[in-house]
Design a protein around this ligand. Sequence first.
Ligand SMILES: C[S@@+](CC[C@H](N)C(=O)[O-])C[C@H]1O[C@@H](n2cnc3c(N)ncnc32)[C@H](O)[C@@H]1O
Length: 263
Amino acid sequence: MNRVSDALGPSARQSAGRALSALGDTRARPNIRWISALTGASFPEIGRILEETEDLVPMEEEIRQHHRLGGRTYYAQFRAPFDIYALVRLLRPAHIIETGVSSGVSSAHFLAALRRNGSGTLHSIDLPVAQRGERFGARDSPVALPPGHESGWAVPDSLRDGWDLRIGPSESLLPRLVKEIGSLGIFLHDSLHTPSHLTFELTTVRSRLTPGAAVLADNTQWTGAAFPRFCASLGVPLARRGRTDLVGLRFPPPAPYGDPHAL
Ligand SMILES: C[S@@+](CC[C@H](N)C(=O)[O-])C[C@H]1O[C@@H](n2cnc3c(N)ncnc32)[C@H](O)[C@@H]1O
């Protein structure tokens, strides 16, 4: 156990642990330093939010069951679902946009947090790729849809009300969507991981970022300088999630929480 997870307290650690085993993804342990860097929230405050993840256990079990029925024990899914749950609970955005849905792990956690907030809309864009045959093969993309399934197929029915899911390339759908919404509180890029595509998505959403908005991008090992360049253009620091290539920024940055465990 490290000193940062000690700071969470036993109750938050147990809740997050149960939710994590129910989902069955060991990479999904929440990173409270990252959540704090993006929200300015204290570790005890984040701990209180993470205690709520106990209530997500049935949803995590359902997602895992959907994945199993879809023929997978492991899915190439978003690695930080509890972090985005906490971000939504702490930032309380009116609008969230995500590009890249696949089975819907990130979508389900955004939707669950919005439900708990009691307000806010998730807008998701996905251009799915289909599995080639009945069985998942070596030549299939790890995010390919199993036969007979659609984008977001693992999202529980109980969360779908009010979900704005749009199917098609973000190249055409994102500019249209951005024109429709007045403000954007959280943006997650998890679609086509190329430098030019990430730059396109970031510049498209930029004008709608509301004060205090968070922007996240996964798999930035493939997108070169696109995200750091965007941070520089906004004059804000890049917040990396541990040693991974999942990164984020807050615009403008929050006052940092005085981490009592900082070296
Ligand atoms: C890494 S997966 C998304 C994972 C998802 N966020 C999760 O939590 O499991 C990437 C998804 O983006 C889709 N995609 C790829 N290029 C796209 C594009 N140009 N526009 C929209 N979606 C795209 C892929 O087909 C795939 O469904």
